[in-house]
Structure formats: C-alpha cells, structure tokens
Design a protein around this ligand. Structure first.
Ligand SMILES: [Zn+2]
Length: 349
C-alpha cells in the first residue's frame, strides 16, 4: 500500500529534457515527465545526481539514425538509490541485449543491439530511471555522490582503452591528447596506477598545470608546440608506445607522428571530426596497431566500480549545477573550458 502511494506521488517527474534536435535552447527543465515503470529483469533507480559526457552534446544536435520522442530525458551517467533493494548504485549506461554472439562471450559493448541511456533510451537526468538489473552495481556510502555520478561512462571507456585494448604496461610511454575531458583524465589516472610514463597535451597551460598535479609526467601545449616533433626531441627520436586519442581530426597526424615503432594508437571518439588520412606505408613499416574502443563490458564495469569503491579512482569534478539550471551545465560543456566532469544535482537537497 505504502509502495503504491510512493509510486503515485512520483507519477510526474522533474527531468532535464530535449524538445527537439537542435541548439542548446532545446534543452528544457520540466516537471511533467511520466515516471518509467520497471519490467522483468529491470529495476528503478531514484537518481541522486547525474553527470554530462560529450556524447550528450551529440544527442542534442542529433545523431544519424537516432530519433527521439520529446520530451526526451537527457543524460547517461548517474548515481542513485535502487528502489527494490535500497542500495546506493552507479549505473552502466550501455544497454546490451544479452543474447547476441558478442554478449554470449561477455563482450557487451560489441552487442549488435547496443543502446545507450539518453541516446536510444530515456536518460538519467530525471528523478527516476529504469535500467536492467545487471546495469547497476552497489557502491559504499563512503564514495561522495558527486564523484559517483561522474564516474562510470568516462572511467569505463578509459579502462577498456588502457587496460584491455592498449594493454598499457609500467614501462610504457603513453601520450594522452587533449587533457581536460572526462575520458582523458580517467586515462591519466589509470595509466599512473599502472606506473606508465604519461605525456599530456592541451591548448591551455592552466589545464596542463592541473594535469601535472594529477600525475602527468610531461606536458605539451599543442597550440604553441609541434607535439610530434617535441616528443621525438624529448625521447631521442624514439616516440611513445601508446597514444590515447579521442580528439580525432585535429590531433590524428600528431598522434601518429609521436608513435614509436610497434606502437598502439587507441581511440574512442572524434570530438573534432571523424575523417582522418593515414599514410599506409608508415602504418606497415612501423608495425603500428590502430585500436578502436567503445565503453566496456560487464566485467570491466565491475573492475572500475571496485576501483571507485576502494577509493583508487575518483573523477576530477569541474562544476556542479542544479537540475533546474541544467541548460547552463550543457553550455559549460559546449564551451570546452571544463577540467573534469560536470555534475547535475537531481534529488532535492
Ligand atoms: Zn548482444
């Protein structure tokens, strides 16, 4: 009876929504979004806080083949209370079907019907979100709400890139292009835990300084310096073993130009544009590996949540906004001035 009352009370939700694809003025705070109901194998999470990813900007402007029904709830990352167990949980926003050949071998982010919260399914910046039960994992109360909200997508993506795909070792030199975004900062932290020697680039000296405080060994301003040439100069012409590049078009040439013989370039995105040209002779002669990566599988989700729970990996936080001011959070992200994650408080404080 009591449960029924709670459900009725929350039949309309506060949420940050999209009225139509377009510019950021289509991002709207609303108080009349219908509450989602869990089906078999699903649970409902009362969201405490959510966080933004670059992906959310692509959702606003519109992605090929993706249609939305307004008011569309935005957001992929969140922390909240799982209603049926009362546990504090973080959410893995990658939803897999569990039945295809890739899911059956445990590679959920290769699922042929892979979907994302906020992109293909209603998102997390709302009082309630419904997800499959295997997409949530409990975390201890010792983890701050803000860090938990901002953790999953960026850290999971970086973990698969660094640990699984590029297989970074303690004696590797790793270049991370464009430090400041969530994936790049998570990659920096993971590489330092492994013990690698980490190089970072940015067009901002302030961001480079902050990255150094987080453990970056070498910093290069890519606005004032030729990154590949500088790395060759500082490594006796050798180059680095691994490049982590989610910038795309703007950094591709410098990334390959910095790569040592036998090096690995791993990419999870292309925020400055997706079309790149490569001299194939350099690719085979230097025996480079170009590795694509996207999000992570269930085992990797469990690995990163364990690191969050024991305090080894906390995402740097740029700023926190209330859900009523959610459009300002999107504007902050679009301005690319942030260092770390942008968090949105959802539950009333
Ligand atoms: Zn599948």
């Amino acid at each position: 009876m009591f449960g029924l009352n709670i459900s009725t009370t929350h039949s309309l939700l506060r949420a940050l929504t999209l009225s139509a694809h377009g510019a950021l003025d289509r991002v709207e705070y609303r108080t009349d979004v219908p509450a989602p109901e869990p089906g078999p194998g699903e649970c409902r999470v009362r969201v405490l806080a959510a966080a933004l990813n670059h992906l959310d900007l692509f959702v606003v402007s519109g992605l090929p083949g993706v249609t939305i029904t307004p008011p569309w709830v935005l957001g992929a990352d969140a922390v909240g209370i799982r209603e049926d167990t009362g546990e504090r949980v973080v959410i893995n926003p990658g939803i897999s079907d569990g039945t295809c050949e890739y899911c059956r071998r445990g590679e959920q982010s290769l699922c042929v019907r892979f979907r994302l919260l906020g992109e293909h399914l209603p998102g997390t910046i709302a009082e309630y979100v419904v997800v499959p039960t295997h997409n949530v994992l409990p975390i201890p109360d010792t983890v701050p709400i803000t860090e938990a909200a901002a953790f999953t997508l960026a850290t999971l993506t970086a973990w698969r890139m660094i640990v699984t795909r590029a297989n970074v070792r303690p004696d590797d030199d790793v270049l991370i292009q464009g430090i400041g975004g969530g994936v790049a900062l998570a990659a920096l932290q993971i590489c330092k835990h492994i013990g690698a020697h980490v190089w970072v680039t940015s067009t901002s000296d302030a961001k480079l300084e902050r990255a150094r405080a987080l453990g970056a060994d070498e910093t290069i301003n890519s606005r004032t310096t030729d990154v590949a040439r500088e790395i060759r100069a500082r490594t006796n012409k050798r180059g680095v073993d691994v490049v982590v590049d989610s910038v795309g078009q703007a950094t591709w040439d410098a990334s390959l130009g910095a790569l040592a013989k036998g090096g690995r370039l791993v990419t999870c995105g292309a925020t400055t544009g997706p079309m790149v040209a490569t001299d194939e002779r350099k690719l085979f002669w230097n025996q480079w590996s170009i590795l694509g990566s996207t999000m992570g599988n269930d085992a990797e989700f469990a690995s990163v949540v364990a690191e969050l729970s024991n305090g080894n990996l906390y995402p740097p936080i740029d700023s926190t906004f209330d859900i009523t001011d959610g459009r300002a959070a999107f504007e902050r992200l679009a301005g690319a001035e942030q260092f770390g994650k942008i968090v949105i408080r959802v539950a009333e404080q």
